[in-house]
Design a protein around this ligand. Structure first.
Ligand code: CTP
Ligand code: CA
Length: 235
């Protein structure tokens, strides 16, 4: 793997990547969020940039320290907070991209009626938050993709083995994406830890990659698969 690094095989290719996790506002000071640090998406962005790609990164609530390697690698960073903001940023960057890699953890739901003022216990009863479903951003990008554009989704699943593969396969079809990067998560697995294992599924459920290692190793595998798909799409 180390020997393969240093290739500039993505020169002339533009890649849009999302990283981190969305936050859905409840009131001016509170949100519904998730535990995604953005490290995996940033690692993908850095791997692509180091191989010569122009990389546009939509960073959702990624800490400055996590983002630093991307900035150092020349990645162009745009920020987003909520899923709605991320959708807008992705639509804009996808217009210029040969490949779109949706690594961000997007909230499935948002709060229906965001409070204009901070909720307080003086309101009386504990609040009941009504949630409404967010748009599926990657499915929308796949449906509107430019000819030859490669669209990649991620799936973090708590299922294992056959069930993991079956869920990922259904998810890939449902979203209409070319590749789905699947990893097993659980308490202390995947999120906020350095080691990862993942599978990449392509059309007809072909396993394009099965790798274990650091987020960087995993990122290289994702970028390899994307590079192959972009070349194939360009013919
Ligand atoms: N995703 C998205 N927009 C959403 C939800 C998810 O673009 N509203 C993207 C994620 O960025 C990821 C992929 O879809 O690339 C899979 O996310 P996941 O949460 O596994 O898929 P869901 O369709 O939300 O399925 P589930 O009900 O299992 O959460
Ligand atoms: Ca989800």
């Amino acid at each position: 793997q180390a020997l393969l690094r240093g290739r500039r095989d993505l020169a002339g290719v533009t890649v849009a990547v999302s990283a981190g996790g969305t936050r859905e506002p409840i009131d001016p000071v509170r949100y519904l969020g998730n535990r995604s640090s953005g490290r995996q998406g940033v690692a993908v962005a850095v791997a692509a940039a180091e191989r010569g790609a122009r990389v546009l990164l939509a960073a959702c609530n990624v800490e400055a320290e996590v983002l630093r390697p991307a900035e150092a690698a020349g990645v162009e960073v745009r920020r987003a907070g909520s899923a709605a903001e991320l959708s807008e940023v992705m639509r804009e960057v996808a217009e210029r991209a040969d490949a779109v890699i949706m690594a961000a953890a997007v909230a499935d739901y948002r709060v229906d009626a965001v409070s204009e003022r901070k909720l307080t216990k003086e309101d009386g009863e504990p609040p009941v938050l009504r949630l409404v479903e967010n748009e599926d951003i990657v499915a929308g990008l796949a449906a509107r993709r430019r000819p030859g554009q490669v669209v990649v989704a991620f799936a973090a699943e708590t299922a294992v083995g056959e069930e993991l593969l079956a869920r990922a396969s259904r998810k890939r079809r449902r979203k209409g994406v070319d590749l789905i990067v699947v990893n097993e998560v659980g308490w202390g697995k995947g999120f906020e830890v350095a080691e990862n294992r993942l599978l990449i599924l392509g059309a007809d459920d072909v396993v394009v990659a099965d790798v274990e290692g650091s987020k960087r190793d995993v990122a290289e595998a994702v970028v390899d698969a994307v590079g192959v798909a972009v070349s194939a799409a360009r013919g």
